[in-house]
Design a protein around this ligand. Structure first.
Ligand SMILES: [Zn+2]
Length: 161
């Protein structure tokens, strides 16, 4: 028997916009992929540990970004809940916008979800093979992500300040 070239798409389950009942974006900007950078942020707001409470956080972040910041849509490409779930934000093919700072250590489930999302982005060729992982504060003057998460991501593959 021959088992070769079996392509396994190693993507975690992502809770889609329709599953969390996102509002339609007011505008979108196409992102050409694969992209060079994966940038990690912290969101501001209460922690969440269940799908229900995380969905309510994601919805309120989208509302804040669209009404207060007057952005087209939720600013993040994907959001990872304290429940370990990945929530689709602007998604793979739309450009996000980002801000915010907060200093907590994310749950192991959330950290693992972030790593598997990066692996997924590689397997879908949405992220270049020589991608660079950065924290938001490596790209501009901000306290995002907070000290604890910032320290954690520095040990992740491909991190470069
Ligand atoms: Zn940020």
């Amino acid at each position: 028997m021959l088992f070769d070239f079996i392509i396994v798409e190693s993507c975690p389950k992502i809770i889609s916009r329709s599953e969390w009942r996102a509002q339609q974006p007011n505008c979108t900007y196409h992102l050409s992929t694969p992209v060079t950078y994966a940038v990690i942020h912290h969101t501001a707001g209460s922690p969440c540990s269940t799908r229900l409470s995380c969905i309510s956080q994601v919805k309120s972040i989208q509302k804040y970004h669209m009404t207060h910041n007057r952005w087209c849509d939720i600013g993040y490409s994907f959001l990872i809940g304290g429940d370990g779930n990945i929530y689709e934000g602007a998604g793979w093919d739309n450009r996000g916008t980002h801000t915010a700072n907060y200093n907590i250590e994310p749950s192991m489930a959330a950290q693992n979800a972030a790593k598997s999302l990066i692996g997924c982005a590689r397997s879908k060729n949405k992220l270049q093979s020589d991608y660079v992982l950065k924290g938001h504060r490596d790209t501009k003057t901000t306290l995002c992500p907070g000290d604890k998460l910032y320290r954690i991501i520095q040990s992740w593959p491909n991190y470069k300040a």
